[in-house]
Design a protein around this ligand. Structure first.
Ligand code: TXA
Ligand code: MG
Length: 332
C-alpha cells in the first residue's frame, strides 16, 4: 500500500469512511485513527500496529456531550472536563453499551479524551462520530511526534498521514481512572502534572508506581515496564555533566555513544552530544524527547546515554518515558 503524507482533513476522512485507518496529529503524539462504530476499521488498527488485542484503545470526543453518550458521567467528571478539556487528560470511566468490546479489550471501562488539535477535531466532526486512536507507532516502538516518524514506522501499512507539524506536548496524555471516585488513580504520567490534578481534586492520587503491582498488566499496557523503546540501547543516568560510568560500562560510554543532555552544559557541546531544551524548559525537553530518540536511532550510534529530569511537573512524565525506554538504569 502506498502511504501519502498530506494536509487535507477531507482526504483523511475519505479513507476513514472507506474503512482504512489513517494517522492524525494530536497535541500529544500522532494517533492511528478509526471511527468508534466501525469494528472492521478498528481491527485493522490492531494489525497495522501489531498490537495485542488485549490492549484497550482511547476514544477521542469533541466535548462533554459526546462523552456522555459513550460513558457514565458524574458531577466530578463534568468538573474535570470543564477545567482540563480540550487537552491532554484521558479519563477512564464506566462504559455505555454502545462501546464495543473490541475498543475496551472486554473491559467494562473506557478511556476517553478530548483533543485540542484542530485538525483532529475537524476529523471527528467530518466523520460524524468519535474516533479511537492509539499512538501511530508499531507496538513497543517510540511514539511519533511528526508525520515523518509515522512514515518511518508505518509506511506501506496505511494510506494517509495527515501532517499537522510537530506535536505541541510530544508526550502521550495523562491517564486518570475515576472508576472509584473515592480513589482517583493515575494510570499514566503525562503533560497534565500530578500536582495539578491533586490540587484540583483536593486529594492525593494513587500513582502508577502504586498500581503497577496490583493491576493485571494488560489493563493498562502503558504501565508495561518496557514500552517506549528506541532500537539503540539506552542508558539512563542521573546527571551527564562530568559523568563517570562504572568501570564495566566505561567502554560503552565512550565507544560511538550519543549523549543527550536535558539542558545545555556550561561548556561547548561535543559532536556526540545534543540537548533536549536549549531554553532550559522542561516542557520543551518533553516535546523534543521522542524526536531526539527517533533521530539518534537512525544515526548508527552503538548506545544512547540520557540524563533524568527533576521529578516534578512534566519532569515525572519525562522520567517515566526515559525509564521505560532505558536498557539499563544507572541512576543511583
Ligand atoms: O495522547 C494520547 O493519549 C495518544 C493520542 C493519540 O491521543 N494516544 C495514546 O494511545 O497514547 P495508546 O493506545 O498508545 O495508549 C493508550 C493507553 C494504554 O496504556 C491503555 O492501556 C490505556 O490507554 N487504556 C485504554 N483504555 C483503558 C481502560 N479502559 N482502562 C485502563 N487503561 C486504558
Ligand atoms: Mg502507544
Amino acid at each position: 500500500m502506498k502511504t501519502i503524507i498530506g494536509t487535507s482533513v477531507e482526504e483523511a476522512v475519505h479513507w476513514l469512511k472507506r474503512g482504512e485507518p489513517v494517522a492524525l496529529p494530536t497535541e500529544t503524539v500522532y494517533g492511528l485513527a478509526a471511527p468508534l462504530f466501525s469494528e472492521e476499521t478498528i481491527r485493522k488498527i490492531y494489525s497495522v500496529k501489531q498490537r495485542p488485542a488485549n490492549n484497550p484503545l482511547i476514544v477521542h470526543v469533541l466535548n462533554f456531550e459526546q462523552l456522555s453518550e459513550i460513558a457514565e458521567t458524574t458531577p466530578l467528571v463534568q468538573a474535570l472536563t470543564e477545567w482540563f478539556w480540550p487537552g491532554p487528560l484521558t479519563l477512564v470511566l464506566k462504559k455505555k453499551a454502545c462501546v464495543s468490546n473490541l475498543v475496551t479489550a472486554e473491559q467494562t471501562s473506557v478511556a476517553v479524551r478530548c483533543p485540542q488539535a484542530s485538525l483532529f477535531r475537524q476529523a471527528i466532526v467530518l466523520t460524524g462520530e468519535p474516533l479511537v486512536a492509539p499512538s501511530a507507532n508499531r507496538f513497543q516502538h517510540v511514539s511519533p511526534t511528526t508525520a515523518m516518524h509515522v512514515l518511518n514506522d508505518l509506511g506501506g501499512r496505511i494510506p494517509y498521514i495527515l501532517d499537522g507539524g510537530a506535536c505541541t506536548f510530544g508526550l502521550e496524555s495523562t491517564i486518570l481512572s475515576l472508576l472509584d471516585e473515592a480513589q482517583p488513580t493515575l494510570l499514566r504520567y503525562g503533560p497534565i502534572a500530578t500536582e495539578v490534578l491533586e490540587a484540583f481534586l483536593k486529594r492525593p492520587l494513587i500513582t502508577p508506581s502504586g498500581v503497577i503491582s496490583e493491576q493485571k498488566p494488560h489493563l493498562s499496557p502503558g504501565l508495561y515496564k518496557k514500552h517506549y523503546s528506541p532500537q539503540t540501547p539506552l542508558y539512563l543516568v542521573g546527571n551527564l555533566a562530568d559523568y563517570v560510568p562504572p568501570s564495566r560500562y566505561k567502554e560503552i560510554f565512550e565507544a560511538h555513544a550519543a549523549h543527550v543532555f536535558l539542558f545545555p552544559p556550561s561548556r561547548p557541546l561535543r559532536e556526540e552530544e545534543c540537548v533536549l531544551s536549549p531554553n532550559r524548559d522542561l516542557n520543551e525537553a518533553a516535546s523534543n524527547l521522542f524526536d531526539c530518540l527517533q533521530t539518534l536511532d537512525t544515526q548508527g550510534w552503538q548506545s544512547i546515554w540520557t540524563e533524568a529530569a527533576p521529578n516534578e511537573g512534566i519532569g515525572r512524565a519525562l522520567n517515566d518515558r526515559l525509564t521505560r525506554a532505558a536498557h539499563v538504569d544507572l541512576r543511583d
